[in-house]
Write a protein that binds this ligand. Structure first.
Ligand code: 4AD
Ligand code: MG
Length: 430
């Protein structure tokens, strides 16, 4: 019976054949332990000299790292293995012999590993991070489908900018100028007026000259947008969604979290509701914490966000930022026009902002005023303004950055390990 490592437990005490690569190996005179991987999981194959042909034993002993094989044997329970099973090998068929695999079990520098990202992805830790990424995507679709949202795909090539004009990737669109999407939001607002509750999931691009552990040039965003939903209601949706993905990972990625040595007790605390703190109160908190020269009106940097997050053991919303430092489309607070109805959700443990969201301006005149103030002239926004012309309604939405969320839940230091092929300031290869 041909199967995969993930399905192997179904065949307990039976003989199966698995296509696999050799990840690692230990052997002595009479026994060889093969660490095998097939993409679906990892399993140990035990080859006992006296139980197999001389040829099979020699093949096992000399098998090189990342050689590919069809390996046959009996699946048996093994309580010492994190996977719970091992294979008592009876036969090995070599498919391809790998020579001089560059990534050995010893330590390598980050730049070396990034240059070999196409191979590094095979390693156990990287595999675990990608499986957690996959689970977050799966749980996202489940959460929004269960709550009657429609998945809408906004365009990637756009004629207008959503988040300011300084970080745009320009490209020619025949005779016109086009940009790679920074955010699908403006299109999602149009979609919300057509479908009520919508979400998107796609790549977004920021030509940001930032070289930090939180910034990618190309990253993936989940952007829900809801008609007839105000700012406070949107915060409830956000905390329920984030709690749901964390609990889904805890439930479905136990092996992966274990592989990454993630402190699960920290994730177990992530249940709605999350604390909320106003921008004003955050400024006061920062002053108390020793950031004496921060002034009202300044945006927060990574050290500020980390300091604020330290006061809480759940993600925390920072609400009502000064209008000046936020995007043109955010609705002013009706009680105080110098701040807007918005929130950033800051992850615990120093992972920074994972969500940016707001209630949107629904008044046509105010929107026209604001977008002109931001220097956004021309016809490119005509369609966006028309959304306020035909049955305008209160509406809110937000964007969750997938890679920062994966980094936080997985407990990996840098976002470059949370996307298969990261695009960084100085990296387009591989
Ligand atoms: O706060 P941002 O810029 O918000 C928007 O783009 C809104 N239009 C979203 C919306 O309301 N529909 O980005 C949202 C999130 C951030 O909180 C962060 O998690 C992530 O996207 N993000 C990045 N992740 C990795 N690398 C970058 N350069 C990122 N820039 C933003
Ligand atoms: Mg933001």
């Amino acid at each position: 019976m041909k199967t995969t490592i993930s399905q192997a437990p179904i065949y307990n005490e039976q003989s199966v054949t698995i296509g696999a690569w050799l990840a690692n190996k230990r052997s002595s005179g009479k026994i060889a332990f093969l660490q095998l991987r097939d993409g679906t999981g990892f399993i140990q194959g035990v080859v006992v000299k006296n139980d197999v042909s001389e040829e099979t034993f020699q093949l096992a002993k000399n098998l090189t790292q990342e050689s590919s094989v069809y390996i046959t044997g009996k699946i048996v329970e093994d309580t010492r293995s994190p996977f719970g099973y091992e294979m008592q090998v009876t036969n090995i068929e070599l498919i391809h012999e790998s020579t001089d695999y560059p990534i050995t079990p010893k330590e390598h520098g980050t730049e070396f590993l990034m240059d070999h990202r196409h191979l590094w992805l095979r390693s156990k830790k990287q595999h675990a991070v990608m499986k957690i990424r996959n689970e977050i995507i799966r749980a996202t679709y489940q959460f929004f489908n269960d709550n009657d949202y429609v998945k809408i795909d906004p365009p990637i090539l756009t004629g207008s900018s959503a988040e300011g004009t300084t970080e745009l990737f320009h490209t020619k669109y025949f005779d016109e100028e086009a940009y790679l999407s920074q955010s699908g939001q403006l299109y999602m607002e149009a979609a919300a007026m057509a479908f009520g509750k919508v979400f998107s999931f796609g790549p977004t691009f920021r030509a940001e000259k930032s070289k930090t552990r939180r910034h990618l040039i190309e990253f993936w965003m989940i952007e829900p947008e809801m008609a007839f939903v105000d700012h406070d209601e949107s915060l409830e949706i956000q905390e329920n969604y984030v709690s749901f993905i964390v609990q889904s990972v805890l439930e479905n990625c136990k092996l992966e979290l274990n592989t990454l040595d993630r402190d699960i007790s920290k994730l177990e605390k992530v249940n709605a509701p999350f604390p909320r703190i106003s921008y004003d109160a955050a400024i006061e908190l920062l002053k108390e914490k020793g950031f004496t020269d921060i002034e009202w009106g300044e945006d927060f940097g990574a050290p500020h966000e980390t300091a604020i997050a330290e006061s809480f053991d759940k993600p925390v919303f920072i609400t009502n930022y000064p209008a000046e430092i936020k995007a043109f489309y955010m609705k002013p607070d009706p009680d105080r026009s110098d701040v807007v109805l918005c929130a950033d959700l800051i992850a615990p443990e120093g992972y920074g902002e994972i969500i940016g969201g707001s209630q949107r301006i629904d008044d046509l005149e105010l929107m026209q005023e604001r977008y002109q103030q931001h220097g956004l002239t021309g016809d490119a926004y005509q369609w966006y303004l028309e959304l306020r012309q035909y049955g305008s309604v209160p509406h809110s939405g937000f964007g969750l950055g997938l890679e920062r969320t994966v980094a936080w839940i997985s407990g990996v230091e840098h976002v470059r390990e949370t996307i298969p092929f990261p695009r960084l300031l100085n990296r387009l290869y591989p």
